[in-house]
Every structure is written in C-alpha cells, then in structure tokens.
Design a protein around this ligand. Structure first.
Ligand code: ADP
Ligand code: MG
Ligand code: ZN
Length: 506
C-alpha cells in the first residue's frame, strides 16, 4: 500500500510543501530514500527503524521506498523522520490513512521514539499559516513555543511517536497552543548611566540608534569603546512583531535560537576577529546564516575591527549594500536577510596612541596609514559615522564626575525620532528609518534650508564625496533633524553630520 504524509522542507528561511510517499512492497527487505535527500535525511532510516520498533510497532521485512516529493527541492535535516515513520505505519496497515489527512508533520525521532527538536520550525509554521489555514501542524514539543509565534494555526506537540500514533488511532489528537509568552519589559545589566563623560560619543550612538546608521568608534585602549558599544542595545526600540519573527526564523534555521530571541529581543552579535568569512557572511555546503544574518534587525558589533582580516571585512560590503546575503551552491542558491547596524571599534594605530593629546605614538612612519588601510575605502565609505573617543581622565573616573543621560532618557528620544521616520516612510515598502531610504528619494522629498544645501554641496566638493557618501551625509543630517523634531534640515544638522565623515577626522 502507498502512503502519503504531508510535511515541509526549509530552504533559506522559507518553507515548502513536501509530501513523504512511502511504499512497502513484498520483496527483499531493503530501504531506499529518493527525492534529493542530503545529510541527516539519509540517516533517517536508522533512526526511524529503531523508533518504530522501540515504540512497540512492527517493522515488517518489506521493500520500503520513501519518496520525498517534489524531487527538485533539497531536503535537509532530520525533520522528515516523523512523517517517514508515520508513512511506514500507514503503508504497513498499522495506521488508518484518514488519521493523517489535513495534518502536517515535522520532527526528528530518537532511537527510543521521542520526538526531538528541529531547525526552522517557525518557517514551517508561517508557511502552514499562509498555505494551509485550518490544517493541524504537528511539531516536536521543544519547538511548540517557537511555532506558536504564528497565531493562526492549530498545533500539536506529542512527546513520543507512540503517544502521537495512539492519539491518531483514537481520533483524539491533542491540539493546543503553547503557554502564552508575555515578554517582560526588557531589562539590561548595563546602562549609559555607567559611563562617565563621553558626551559626544554618546550623542553619536544616539544618532546611530535613531537612524540605524553604521558607526565606528576610534580611540586608544581603555577609552571605553567596548563599554559604549555594548550599551547601544539599551537605547534601541523594541522589534515589531514582523521583525521579531524574521529574527526568530533565522536563529532557528541556524540552530542557535535562544530564549531572549524567542521572546523578541533585538539581536546584538559580537563575533571575535578570528571568525572565518563563512562564519561572518554565511556559507557551508548546506548553507547556514552567518553573523550578518544573525544580526538581522539588530546590531553587528565588530570589536577591534581592524584585527579582522581585510578579506573577511570586505565581505561585509555586499550585505551592507543589499541587506541580504546570497549563498550560491551548485545545486541551488539560498538567500538570508542581513539588514543590520554595523558598529565597529578600533585603536587608531597598532600602539593605540596616535592622535592622543599629550601622548606619543610609538608606531613607525607609514604604520599608522597601513593600519587604517586594513579597512578598504569602499567599506569605510559605507560607515556613516566615524567617531573619535578619547580616554576620560582617571581623576574624573574615580570622582564619578559628570554622568549624563541614562539609557531610558536616550531611548525615549530615539523612539520619538523613529516615530517621525515611520510616518515619513509609510508609503515606501520595507523602509522604516533614514539609513534604509534610497538617497535620491530623500534628496528629492525632504525639506532642506538653502543654507544647509549650500553647505552640503561645498563640503561634497571639498571632501570629494562620492554620490553614495553625499547621500549618506544627507541621511545622517535627516536623523539629526528628526532627533530635534525639526521638519526641515538646517545647516547645523548638516554640519554635525559632516563631522562624522572619515575625511573630516583629524
Ligand atoms: N568613560 C568611562 N566611564 C566609566 N568607566 C570607564 C570609562 N572609560 C573606561 N572605563 C572603564 O575602563 C574599562 C575599559 O574600557 P573598554 O570599554 O574596554 O575600553 P576600550 O574598548 O576602548 O579599550 C571599562 O570596562 C570601564 O570600567
Ligand atoms: Mg575594547
Ligand atoms: Zn601608534
């Protein structure tokens, strides 16, 4: 008898319908899986066979053929274990075919028949919600909460194969939503009120947060660059529901989903400079998202940025431009979203003292320039804000002198500026803040004082700004005006934005 069980495959962060067809024929006992299975799928026969027997069912000596249809979608991972097992039970007369109708199954099986977690269950749930409203999605218990982020589907999360089959046989599949998650207001262990002084660096981070601009902090060791960057998440607004779902889907597919992210936290990724190109951008024979995608809708923090190999850093140019990463493989190409705010931190030179008033740089001639050249021009050009951070004097630190605004106050200003931006970009698809708006659109539509325009044009000539750099200055100026709740960009906003350009740095 031929059995057909509905399931789904995840490619990138999208899911596709897959039908698991199982035929159990008389003949030499053997087992074949066809339909582009790769990696763990090929081993499912071992797990499924043991799971069926150890759950108290029978695996008769038959010629078993499993076909994963359609054959042109690559099938990866272990999520087909469960539908394959059910297919065998149907094909061998141990389960009535009507019991699996209008139900979609994903799950790995352990040898003892427990249903184990899979990657990408949110992607599957979103797909089922769109394509099969009214169907029941059966997921592993460990994925119940994740899949439950999609509210318009019915879910079942059996603990074992045996439990599931008994429920199906008795026509009482236990369908239920996971316990509601109430995201508590986010609390951070760090706060900008921990920082003494550094008002101009804090201001720059506030501007970056408000417009989602890329930024690099440059200064000597101990100046507080890492400390400042790590406080950026505390002033960013909460993710929208749609943004949170994208983030969860990516982290789930990568197999690194944490409780924080499931609850909707904004990603803050800080990979070490020993990371490989594939680790940063994504890759592998079965493509996995890299750090740029794990940072989607959040922050990618590259501490000691010039210690990253130049080739690895240059890989950032494409995702910075396109907000997505395409990983091409012979069999297919997969794309992952990658829209992140880049925050870098670096010493100005190998010894760290270049440009410090009252201190002497011990680097050889040319060494400082060589160090800076570790970042290519095109990459530097894509970083809107270059910010010098000097060390706060020791006596000020110990006196706790001059602690300015804390995170709550800064976050409120950022939130207001984001509101203004959302309203402005209502009509533009997938644009919510200044960093993401096409430069030409802004140039044409935003009101700007003639004095500001003159300043911008003369600076563009003097600094030899590329068209891209010109638009980037305009976008930062727009954010600065939004923070001030000014509808028009004024000369003072442009002047501040220009101070953040690299060539204006001393
Ligand atoms: N402005 C500051 N306010 C409070 N503490 C500071 C400040 N600057 C530096 N520190 C202290 O110095 C430590 C080192 O700072 P860090 O952020 O690691 O510097 P950097 O990354 O620039 O080398 C911090 O953990 C913090 O304790
Ligand atoms: Mg540091
Ligand atoms: Zn030096």
């Amino acid at each position: 008898m031929l059995a057909a069980i509905r399931s789904a495959a995840v490619v990138g962060i999208d899911a596709y319908d897959v039908t698991v067809e199982v035929d159990a024929a008389q003949g030499l006992p053997q087992w074949i899986i066809v339909g582009l299975p790769v990696g763990a799928v090929k081993e499912s026969r071992e797990r499924v066979g043991a799971a069926i027997v150890n759950s108290g069912f029978v695996l008769p000596p038959r010629r078993i053929t499993v076909n994963l249809a359609p054959a042109d979608v690559r099938k990866e991972g272990s999520a087909f274990d469960l539908p394959i097992a059910l297919g065998i039970l149907v094909a061998t007369g141990q389960l009535d075919p009507s019991t699996v109708e209008n139900r979609i199954f994903v799950g790995e099986l352990s040898l003892d028949g427990a249903v184990r977690n899979i990657r990408g269950s949110l992607s599957v749930a979103r797909h089922v919600g769109r394509a099969w409203p009214g169907a029941v999605l059966v997921v592993p218990p460990a994925n119940h909460v994740e899949a439950g982020r999609v509210s318009n589907i019915s879910l079942a999360a059996p603990v074992t194969l045996r439990e599931l089959v008994l429920q199906l046989r008795g026509d009482d599949l236990m369908v239920g939503r996971p316990k509601e998650l109430h995201a508590a207001p986010r609390v951070y262990e760090v706060d900008f009120s921990d920082v003494v002084g550094q008002e101009s660096a804090k201001r720059a981070l506030e501007v970056a947060a408000a417009g989602s601009h890329n930024l690099i902090l440059i200064g000597p060791p101990g100046a507080g660059k890492t400390m400042l960057a790590r406080r950026l998440p505390t002033i960013l607004p909460d993710l929208s529901e749609e943004e949170a779902l994208e983030v969860i889907a990516i982290h789930s597919v990568a197999g690194v989903l944490s409780e924080d992210i499931t609850l909707g936290a904004r990603p803050f990724r800080a990979p070490h400079h020993s990371i490989s190109g594939a680790g940063l951008i994504g890759g592998g024979s079965s493509p996995r998202p890299g750090e740029v995608s794990l940072a989607h809708n959040g922050v990618l923090f590259l501490d000691e940025m010039l210690e990253f190999p130049r080739g690895v850093l240059d890989g950032l140019r494409q995702p910075l431009e396109d907000a997505t990463v395409v990983i091409a493989r012979a069999a297919m190409s997969v794309s992952f979203p990658a829209r992140f705010t880049l925050v870098g931190a670096t010493n100005p030179c190998p010894c760290g003292r270049a440009g410090e008033p009252g201190r002497k740089c011990s680097c050889g001639p040319g060494e400082v320039a060589k160090y800076a050249a570790r970042m290519s021009g095109p990459l530097a050009d894509r970083i809107d804000m270059h910010v010098s951070v000097g060390a706060v004097a020791l006596r000020d630190l110990s006196a706790d002198a001059g602690v300015g605004d804390g995170s709550a106050v800064m976050r409120e200003r950022v939130g207001n500026a984001r509101c203004v931006q959302r309203a402005r970009y209502r009509a533009l698809r997938s644009v919510t803040c200044n960093a993401h708006v096409p430069g030409r659109w802004l140039d044409r539509h935003t009101p700007i004082d003639s004095e500001a325009r003159t300043l911008l044009h003369s600076a563009a000539t003097a600094l030899e700004l590329s068209a891209r750099a010109y638009h980037r200055v305009l976008k930062v100026a727009r954010t600065i005006a939004d923070l001030a709740n000014d509808e028009r960009i004024a000369a003072k906003h442009v002047a501040e934005a220009l101070r953040y350009r690299p060539s204006a740095r001393k």
